[in-house]
Design a protein around this ligand. Structure first.
Ligand code: SF4
Length: 187
């Protein structure tokens, strides 16, 4: 049957016949050429599994983002995991007290690489209104933050915008090979 697709009238030149033989629309139409790194980044950015670190009022908005009205699953990030080993993006939503801070760090350390962090709201980003001896003045004092979402609290749309920004960042990340070579050098 495949032979039928490449048969051409005998009146066509040899060059045209060769072109017809090389191009089979049934095959070509279903193939996309890309780089492995681009494909990996594309898969990663569209399947982020959040570790919901809800610590205060911002967590209610985080929960709202998963509701049908805002529907975080449109961005492939609806699979909230409550095990750090199954998550790759920590969303810190709320006031980080010193009492809680080391627990947050411990959970972050248990998440496998590659991993990312979103600081949701004023408290997680900077301590917010709590200039207090009891509150960490920003989760970036303990773990690297990729995206900060402003607001007190930010609305779910703002979190979704932060998520889109993180996706854009992941899209442009260095190649997987360069990542592992850098790790090897560091050892
Ligand atoms: S930023 Fe505002 S809403 Fe969010 S945890 Fe702090 S006080 Fe609550």
């Amino acid at each position: 049957m495949a032979q039928e697709n490449v048969l051409t009238p005998s009146s066509e030149s040899a060059e045209t016949q060769l072109q017809h033989a090389a191009y089979d629309s049934k095959v070509e139409g279903n193939i996309i050429f890309t780089q492995v790194d681009t494909a990996i980044n594309w898969m990663r950015k569209n399947s982020l599994w959040p570790m919901p670190m809800g610590l205060a009022c911002c967590a209610i908005e985080l929960m709202g983002s998963a509701s049908s009205r805002f529907d975080i699953s449109r961005f492939g990030a609806e699979v909230m995991r409550f095990s750090p080993r199954q998550a790759d993006v920590m969303i810190v939503a709320g006031t980080v007290t010193y009492k809680m801070a080391l627990a947050v760090k411990r959970i972050w350390d248990q998440m496998p690489e590659p991993k990312w962090c979103i600081a949701m709201g004023a408290c997680a980003s900077s301590g917010g209104m709590y200039r207090s001896y009891a509150v960490l003045q920003g989760i970036d004092n303990l773990i690297p933050v990729d995206v900060y979402v402003s607001g007190c609290p930010p609305r779910p749309e703002a979190l979704l915008e932060g998520l889109i920004k993180l996706q854009k960042k992941i899209e442009e990340e260095e190649s997987a090979l360069a990542h592992f070579q850098a790790k090897e050098k560091a050892v």
